[in-house]
Design a protein around this ligand. Sequence first.
Ligand code: ADP
Ligand code: 5GP
Length: 236
Amino acid sequence: MAGILFIISAPSGSGKSTLVNQIRSLVDNLEFSVSYTTRAPRGSEEEGREYHFTTCETFERMVRDDDFLEHAEVFGKYYGTARRSLTDAQAHGKDLLLDIDVQGAAQVRNKVPDAVSIFVMPPTPDILATRLRSRSRAEGDVSEEEIQRRLAKARQEIENYREYSYILVNDVLARAEEELAAIVASERIHREGNIPVQDSERLMKLAEGCRQENACERIRPVLRAFGLPGEENGTT
Ligand code: ADP
Ligand code: 5GP
């Protein structure tokens, strides 16, 4: 394996963890980088599975020791990707998937220019609010103030979509899952040449349709729903 680095970012509540969990169970040779965070575990999250939950002191020491490939502050908490995730994946010949925010994605792109970046958009602010509320209810912790904060942040994050190679609109979950799997397969085919992949032509076509430059028709209604300007070529 060539050791492809995949970055996936999305506004909180868009369904990124749902997609990432699905792809982890479906795709071979794809390691998931377990980030470090100073936030507390949520719901059924477990140490070492979703995150390494750590103290501010430990996190700051790791920053000083240059242990992070990237790190950022998100919603008042620290999050970071250990350099070790990348070196371990490379040593084992595995591809690596990073689930990180837009600030972290920009840092990684600078250090690893051939990383493949994927941005997941929620279809509308109303749908995003519904998903945030239902997740909070399931976790027994609904704060309307927090939901409004995440909605405002979502709009800012979506503004950065042009920095990503691929865009997924997570409307129908099964479709977004299939598209994400197709992007991984297609990048492997592109980079590794003639590897045997079942159904490769259809997968490559599906992935091509998610390239940012080919996905305008799907991106435009999302931008409009979030009150953001569309593409500059006057097609809005
Ligand atoms: P994120 O990781 O982006 O913060 P989650 O994966 O936790 O988001 O998803 C937020 C909520 O939305 C969860 O309750 C999840 O089950 C739900 N969800 C995710 N994708 C979809 C979808 N396509 N349709 C309906 N609900 C979804
Ligand atoms: P949550 O607390 O909802 O799991 O994640 C909040 C945000 O932090 C999400 O946008 C998620 O992608 C981002 N995040 C998770 N891990 C990292 C990381 O290691 N680095 C950065 N920069 N962001 C991260």
